[in-house]
Every structure is written in C-alpha cells, then in structure tokens.
Design a protein around this ligand. Sequence first.
Ligand code: FES
Length: 100
Amino acid sequence: MAEKGKAPFVCHIFVCTNDRGGKRKSCADNNSRQVRSRLKEIVNDRGWKGKARVSQSGCMGLCAKGSNVIIYPQGIWFSGVLPEDVEEIAATVVGIVEGD
Ligand code: FES
C-alpha cells in the first residue's frame, strides 16, 4: 500500500533536463543541466536545504520554450531559462522559503 503524506518541502523546484540530442528542441539545448546545478548551489549556499528541493525532471510539454523550471506547490513556471537567469528564480524562491 502506498504511503500518502504532506509534502516534506516548502517548495520543490523541478528543472527539465530532457535532452533529445538536437533531433527536436528540448530544454537541454539551453543548458538546463547547468541551470539545475546552479540552483542546487544556491539552495545549499543560502541554507534553504530542507525547505527547498531542486530536482531534475523529464519533459513538461513546453519544449519549444525551454529551459523550463517549475516551482510547486506554488505553481510558478519559468520558461526560456538560461544559466544566467537563475538569480531571478532565486529571488522568487527566497520569498517562498523565507515568507516574503
Ligand atoms: S524538453 Fe523540457 S519541456 Fe519538453
């Protein structure tokens, strides 16, 4: 029997790292793995571990707008994300984990 419970994090940040190897557009075309790595560093450096969790995900269905990053349960989507955009996402996350 599956165990059902409350989410263990205030927010969960999913970064699509799907890579189609150039056959079709995918989030990996915009360095989404680097986006994920930078977001993980920010979560660690700012002491948000336990509140915010960064995970890679498969395709979210908006491939042409990649990289896609979503924050749940807040339901916030960022599209067209490049590695240099992660501070903008962090500015949103700080408001969530620190109660802005
Ligand atoms: S490849 Fe990232 S949303 Fe489809």
